[in-house]
Ligand binder design. Structure first.
Ligand SMILES: Cc1cc2nc3c(=O)[nH]c(=O)nc-3n(C[C@H](O)[C@H](O)[C@H](O)COP(=O)(O)O)c2cc1C
Length: 170
């Protein structure tokens, strides 16, 4: 073991850390919520399942996010799981200074108010369950109240800073 490997995690250089994380491919979701009648949402790759019983899912949100403060007070949030042809939508929900819900975004209010995006592979409507400060992010855990699959098509993936598609082994 080298000296570097025995040092605490804080010694890892930021570029090397980012490069290693970029190698990890991830599915892409858009988290949406509606607070005081105003829809808000952001693209995330940090989505994960947490627990089956009770049904819990999670994602991490950057504490510097300017969008999250208007989402965190909502009664519910939705996880919209993106399909392979929704890269532009994912990019749109990561852009600042635009109305992410304006045309060409197509959406409708869900049963509990959280915006549901059109043509996604699946959505999960969640009640806020727990929020934990973790480093420069917040871990947000949701209790799933509704889960719907709309199409079992291919997922949108994110890898090495680019969007792409999944190809199954024959
Ligand atoms: C592919 C991709 C994945 C992202 N994943 C996350 C994430 O997991 N958590 C997060 O806080 N921001 C994530 N972002 C950044 C947000 O989508 C968005 O850029 C940010 O919220 C915009 O800043 P704002 O929150 O101040 O509007 C991701 C962006 C992209 C393009």
């Amino acid at each position: 073991m080298t000296a570097v490997e025995t040092l605490p995690g804080s010694a890892v250089d930021a570029d090397g850390f980012r490069r290693a994380l970029a190698v990890h491919a991830a599915g892409v979701v858009i988290i949406t919520a509606q607070s005081d009648g105003i829809p808000a949402g952001l693209t995330a790759t940090s989505f994960s399942s947490v627990s089956l019983d009770p049904p819990l899912v999670s994602f991490y949100v950057d504490r510097s996010s300017t969008t999250w403060p208007s989402m965190r007070t909502a009664d519910h949030f939705a996880v919209n799981v993106l399909a392979s042809d929704q890269a532009e939508l994912a990019a749109r929900f990561a852009r600042k200074d635009i109305d992410r819900f304006a045309e060409p975004t197509r959406w409708r209010p869900g049963p509990l108010g959280a915006p549901l995006l059109q043509d996604v592979s699946a959505h999960l409507v969640c009640l806020p369950h727990d929020t934990v400060d973790v480093g420069d992010h917040l871990l947000v855990v949701g209790l799933v109240a509704e889960a719907r699959v709309h199409s079992a098509g291919r997922p949108l993936l994110y890898h090495q800073g680019r969007f792409g598609r999944f190809i199954a082994h024959p």
